[in-house]
Ligand binder design. Sequence first.
Ligand SMILES: [Zn+2]
Length: 109
Amino acid sequence: MSNGPYYQGDCECGAVTLIVTAEPLAQGRDEQGQGWLVLDAEAVQVSGGLEALENETLDDGCACSRCRHCRQRLFSEQEWLMLLPETLLPAAGPAPSDELARRLPWRLY
Ligand SMILES: [Zn+2]
């Protein structure tokens, strides 16, 4: 058994559930003020509601997965990093380092 961190989160309607098994690498806000957690993609698993996920292509060309029922954006993956809305998990991380910031699909402040 692992004693490491373990977080569970779900979308606003509860259709999609996620399990996260690591502390966030970083945390920051995008230009619209939405807060995001940055996680190692391997630490994030969809534990329920895979059939409710749909892909959305954002204005800047990034792919984001969202719940088809409540339309909440759940995660965006790029270069082995996963961005999750900070409201999804009761976790927090430091501000992104410059090196990490360059690997993110969008800029965090
Ligand atoms: Zn939902």
